[in-house]
Design a protein around this ligand. Structure first.
Ligand code: BES
Ligand code: MN
Ligand code: ZN
Length: 496
């Protein structure tokens, strides 16, 4: 989508989008369009129950007296509730509608209502952001039918603050492209995106100035990463660890670190999953995809921060060479793990990735993202990601960033009483707890590998992809969850 910001009054052909606040009168461009069309907008509102509710849409096609091919009324809701999230959702609702037609160009001609919680520039930029996020498609493997072709290519946003809108947009468009990148990774099937291929795509970040190193199995074995390597040993595809560094901060400044679970496919291994729960397990690398997306964003917008991204890339398969329940592995940390269920593999991958990250980079904090447990779906559904942390300040900042970016997280407890559930009689720990509090015992497992560093774990099993209804800003199976919240966290607190 080609996006431009222009000063008002330059409306060309195509769809004209005007805004209406809840119950509000027609003002500005909406009032003008209503006059031009001899009151058609007002009459259309009267017969359609359109009241200007947030993200409500009303189209008036081929309006007499107007140059526009259609006039779209966009509901802005109550002005005092209008923030970046609301703007994005309203834009997404409009663009979603337009994409089912053959419109090529849309012009947003909307004044920010007085009392809105947003500046004119941010309003304009976030209109474009919502429009772009909702127009993502993953059509690599299908022939798109004629009546589904995406014709909408040009988005014009009229704003009195065009220059500052462009400035905000330059960061937001970097973010949108990176969310696309993360979604593509999650949508790719595992016969295409296996560990080495994933590592290659991460390596592509080098052209944005990210330093990328890829460790193969011998290199990981040398470091003692037997927990990670053990998960992948039943696969025909070798495991990888990709290490990305973006050094936009001061030289020598302690980095922030992000660690991702990259299980390219999770069959469960010898503890094989049933067919239904195995569906979708190509997305079990959603944590790693978010980390790559984040690193891409930081580099693309030249963030003034030193950041490290570490992703453990494996495929969990049953095989003659696969690891077994009852196997005991020695992790890089030196701690031994009794494997009781080979389907609890994500924590094994992360244990070595986390230990490696803290020992090599001595980061300010580590945040890991992982589609770690089915239990988090039971607890929080698909609305919130689960947050676990040993640090209250970091938690507060993540929760705040999540609210602002429309990627909310909910904190769950940790504690010694939960840790008891993963004690083993024969090794330092076992890789599963009992039947209760499965997401928490998984987090307790991870905590044993953070070595006291401020750390947060985001269990994104409920939010990394969506099987039923899609969300307005996220129309495909993959959501790209995590790129936004972490980008905001870094921007708000860790840039010089
Ligand atoms: N990748 C799964 C978790 C998952 C489940 C993600 C559903 C998305 C949707 C993970 O590796 C797993 O299999 N976890 C097990 C842990 C159990 C064996 C302790 C689970 O949640 O059932
Ligand atoms: Mn599993
Ligand atoms: Zn898994």
């Amino acid at each position: 989508m080609q996006v431009s910001f222009v000063t008002p009054g330059t409306t060309g052909p195509g769809a004209l989008v005007v805004g209406v606040t809840a119950g509000g009168p027609l003002v500005g461009a909406a009032a003008r369009a209503n006059r031009e069309t001899g009151g058609a907008l007002k009459r259309a509102m009267d017969v359609s129950r359109f009241t200007g509710k947030a993200a409500q849409v009303l189209e008036v096609l081929a309006p007499h007296g107007s140059k526009a091919s259609r006039i779209v009324l966009m509901g802005l809701g109550k002005a005092d509730r209008l923030d970046t999230n609301a703007v994005e959702r309203a834009a997404a609702a409009v663009v979603g509608k337009l994409m089912s037609g053959s419109e090529k160009r849309a012009t947003f001609a909307i004044d920010v209502p007085p009392r809105a919680k947003i500046s004119a520039a941010a309003f304009a930029a976030h209109l474009a952001f919502g429009a772009v996020l909702c127009s993502y498609r993953f059509d690599v493997y299908r022939k798109v039918k004629d009546d589904e072709q995406q014709t909408l290519k040009e988005l014009v946003v009229e704003t009195k603050a065009a220059a500052s809108a462009r400035k905000i947009w330059s960061d937001l468009s970097a973010l949108a492209e990176s969310i696309y990148f993360a979604r593509d990774l999650v949508n790719e099937p595992a016969n295409v995106l296996f560990p080495d291929e994933f590592a290659k795509r991460a390596t592509g970040l080098a052209k944005l100035g990210v330093k990328v190193d890829v460790l193969d199995v011998p290199a990981m074995k040398k470091l003692g990463m037997n927990a990670l390597v053990g998960v992948g040993q039943g696969s025909a595809h070798d495991s990888r660890l990709a290490v990305m560094q973006w050094n936009g901060g001061r030289k020598g400044q302690q980095p922030v670190a992000f660690v991702g679970k990259g299980v390219c496919f999770d069959t469960g291994g010898i503890s094989l999953k049933q067919p239904a729960p195995m569906m979708g397990m190509k997305g079990d690398m959603g944590g790693a995809a978010a980390v790559v997306g984040l690193m891409r964003t930081l580099a693309a917008r030249k963030a003034k921060v030193n950041a490290v991204g570490v992703i453990g890339l494996v495929e969990n398969m049953p095989d003659g060479k696969a690891q077994r329940p009852n196997d005991i592995v020695k992790s890089m940390s030196g701690q031994t793990i009794e494997i009781l269920n080979t389907d609890a593999e994500g924590r094994l991958v992360l244990s070595d990735a986390l230990w490696y990250t803290q020992s090599k980079f001595k980061p300010k904090f580590m945040i890991d993202l992982a589609t770690l447990t089915g239990a988090i779906l039971i607890a929080l559904g698909t609305e919130h990601a689960g947050l676990f942390s040993n640090n209250d300040e970091l938690s507060k900042r993540i929760m705040q960033a999540g609210r602002e970016e429309g990627e909310p997280v909910w904190r769950l407890p940790l504690g010694d009483a939960y840790d008891r559930a993963i004690r083993s009689k024969i090794a330092d720990m076992k890789n599963i707890g009992g039947p209760n509090a499965g997401s928490i015992t998984a987090a307790q497992f991870l905590q044993r590998f953070v070595n006291g560093v401020p750390w947060a774990h985001l269990d994104i099993a409920g939010v990394a992809w969506q099987d039923g209804e899609t969300k307005p800003l996220s129309p495909s199976w993959a959501t790209g969850w995590g790129v936004r919240v972490l980008n905001r966290l870094v921007a708000d607190h860790y840039e010089n």
